[in-house]
Ligand binder design. Sequence first.
Ligand SMILES: C[S@@+](CC[C@H](N)C(=O)[O-])C[C@H]1O[C@@H](n2cnc3c(N)ncnc32)[C@H](O)[C@@H]1O
Length: 462
Amino acid sequence: MQTDLSIDLDLIRRYNQPGPRYTSYPTAPHFTDEYGTEAFRRDLSEASSNTPLSLYLHLPFCQSLCYYCGCHMKVTQNPETIETYLTALKQEIDQLAAAVDTSRPVVQMHWGGGTPTYLSPDQIRDLGAHLRHRFSFASDAEISLEADPRTVTAERMAAAASVGFNRVSFGVQDVNREVQEAINRVQPIAMVEEAVGWAREYDYNGVNVDLIYGLPHQTLDRFDRTLDVTQRLAPDRIAVYSYAHVPSIKNHQRVIDQEALPSPDEKLRLFERALERLTGSQNGRAYRFIGMDHFARPDDPLSVAQDEGTLHRNFQGYSTRAGAEILALGISGISQLSGAYAQNVKAFPAYYDRIESDRLGTYRGYRLTSEDRLRRHVIMQLMCHFHLQKADIEERFAVDFDRRFASALEWLKPMEGDGLVTLTPEAIHVRPEGRLLIRNIAMAFDAYWRTDEEQPVHAQTV
Ligand SMILES: C[S@@+](CC[C@H](N)C(=O)[O-])C[C@H]1O[C@@H](n2cnc3c(N)ncnc32)[C@H](O)[C@@H]1O
């Protein structure tokens, strides 16, 4: 059910503070090296054989640098660099397959990056075949990849389809030429249209488009045009990401002229425009606001999962496959088991060193305490469903909700006063105005956020 969403700029300004995106709980800065390869192997060997798997592969290479990029990537034109990585990746696949019960069905796989479509058709087929050889894919598995239209060809889309890919996310970001030049990512609209055309031709049944608001030289008029083009492409899902400008972490973002960035208010208006345009029915195909930065057509599996209460949140954002354990491969990937997180090293030499000596890529992680599991469930319930029934939590975790979360409920009181949430004796309900500030609401239940003295660097919540 979609209720009207509106933006109260004053309210958002007041609450807009840096905060986690809750793709995990606890969040990655809390992982430690006390949890390493051995702990991960043990957890993998003890997992239930009924739990399905979701695979994530990190393919970090890009042809050229987009100045806004916040991802863990490497620009290279050297084919050997890519081949060396793919060889190690296949070894890691073998090592992981030896550590886990591979009769467990793979119900989901995602290749992220970097730019997975920078691989050649042969490399795509080879890696896909290797994975299929080692793991048991469910016949209805959701298999997706991230695609940069500038690297997409009919051959690459066909190669990916031939190894089972059925969803694709195209990075569109913005269609205006001046914006594109400022971010070093010039891609004519015709190129995007052609790429989407191939996805449909090769029977991908899910097409996503990524946009970013808050980029240099973006204006409402220009962003309107980006939204026009996006709606014409008629994707099943649209991600509208808030530009995370963190030059202290991502050095190359310093190239972006600060003066050309929209002000915080202008940035909010850009998102407001996206929200109005995408959820309004006047444009034919209306989208559902799923949460945070995701929109989906009402008949898309993401919307259906939200209706059915099975929507889930993980390192890839919102996901339909609740209950699957995520195994991540490649540099920087984060595996997510029911009771633990395990992260791979981020640097190439350290990754090669580990794989060479049969140690998987794991360098740190975290095993959840029972308190963490309880809080993770509460936070994910709010992030995915904007509603929480206290009795469900009490039954599942044998706690008295009001007593255990007395201070969180206190913290939410001013938000209730501001119309963001409704607190009743039985439930917590996030009101439409609160959906845009869902991270702030979730923070009330984050034991680490509220006690840490020094917070890690996060982007603003909106
Ligand atoms: C992991 S990237 C890979 C996309 C692919 N390499 C491409 O170029 O299309 C996925 C998406 O993250 C988003 N993204 C990357 N850096 C970002 C940033 N600093 N702030 C917000 N979104 C960002 C972009 O929308 C991008 O399409």
